[in-house]
Write a new protein. Structure first.
Length: 156
C-alpha cells in the first residue's frame, strides 16, 4: 500500500517519512507554523511568551486580530490551514492520509474547524503522536485530542 504523507516543508517531515517507510512526501505551504515576522528565529523568553499569549487569544478567546510583532494574525493562519486541510480532505475522500504539521498552526486550524477552543488549551499537541481528524463532506470532527487537559480528556 502506498502512503501519502502531507506535510510542511521541514526536516521533521523527512524524519517521519523515513519512520513510515516508503511514502510519497507532498509539501504544502499552508501547513507551516504561524509566522512571527521580524521575530522569526528569536529564542528569547519575551517572544516565546508573546507567541503563547497570541496563540491563546486565537484558540480560546477567538481574537484573531492578534499577532506576534509584524507576523501573521490569526485570520491569516486560520485561513491557510483551513484551506490546506479542506483541500486535503477533498482530494482524498474516503482515504486515510498522514499529515505532519506544527503545533500552533494545526491547533489554530483544527480549533476553527472542529470548535475545540478552550477544551484543548493547556494540552499542546505532542510531537509525532497520531490522532484522528474526520470530515464527512459537510462537518469536521476531532473525536479525540492526543493529550488530555490536566486530568480530563479533551473530546469534541
Amino acid at each position: 500500500m502506498k502512503v501519502r504523507l502531507l506535510c510542511m516543508r521541514h526536516a521533521e517531515s523527512e524524519n517521519v517519512a523515513e519512520a513510515l517507510g516508503q511514502v510519497e512526501v507532498v509539501t504544502l505551504p499552508g501547513l507551516v507554523e504561524m509566522g512571527v515576522g521580524e521575530r522569526e528565529g528569536a529564542t528569547d523568553p519575551a517572544v516565546r511568551a508573546r507567541s503563547a499569549e497570541v496563540l491563546r487569544s486565537w484558540i480560546v478567546d477567538g481574537r484573531l486580530d492578534e499577532a506576534v510583532a509584524d507576523g501573521e494574525d490569526g485570520h491569516a493562519v486560520t485561513a491557510r490551514v483551513v484551506a490546506a486541510l479542506t483541500a486535503i480532505a477533498a482530494a482524498h475522500r474516503g482515504e486515510t492520509v498522514a499529515l505532519v504539521g506544527h503545533v500552533g498552526s494545526l491547533t489554530t486550524g483544527l480549533s476553527a474547524l472542529c470548535g475545540l477552543g478552550r477544551r484543548v488549551w493547556g494540552a499542546p499537541l505532542p510531537h509525532a503522536t497520531p490522532f484522528p481528524v474526520e470530515w464527512d463532506g459537510s462537518m469536521w470532527r476531532c473525536p479525540s485530542w492526543p493529550c488530555p487537559v490536566q486530568g480530563r480528556g479533551a473530546r469534541s
